[in-house]
Design a protein around this ligand. Structure first.
Ligand SMILES: [Zn+2]
Length: 124
């Protein structure tokens, strides 16, 4: 059971706050103390974010979204005849990897908001 205030109200604002990497409950404090390390407790409302485990969900969602966003870039790069093959492969790979890394933290915030709101069991 997650300590602190219980979720109330609609899910959508909580998801948006999680995507913005702020506390899904109050939106006033930061959700992460390092890249993927959540704060133990929210400094404003006291939700215990240290107990919420998103596991592999954020990585899966990041790759899913990044893959779909990369498809047009992939086609644009691959069908360029003036680029060598090694440049095309490197360009697509770097774009995809950068997008995955950029999406990872917002996706973790999103998953933590869903897990907290639904009261899913935690591994802690
Ligand atoms: Zn808070």
């Amino acid at each position: 059971m997650i300590e602190g205030p219980k979720p109330t109200g609609p899910l959508r604002p909580k998801l948006w706050r999680g995507l913005k990497m702020s506390c899904p409950n109050c939106g006033e404090a930061k959700l992460f103390r390092a890249f993927l390390k959540p704060v133990e407790h929210c400094a404003c409302c006291g939700v215990n974010w240290g107990e919420v485990r998103a596991d592999d969900g954020p990585a899966w969602a990041s790759m899913l979204v990044a893959g779909h966003l990369t498809a047009p870039v992939f086609h644009w790069i691959v069908f360029r005849e003036d680029w060598p093959v090694w440049a095309s492969i490197t360009g697509v790979s770097l774009f995809l990897a950068a997008l995955c890394v950029l999406l990872l933290q917002p996706m973790k915030g999103l998953f933590m908001a869903i897990i907290w709101d639904k009261g899913a069991p935690t591994s802690g």
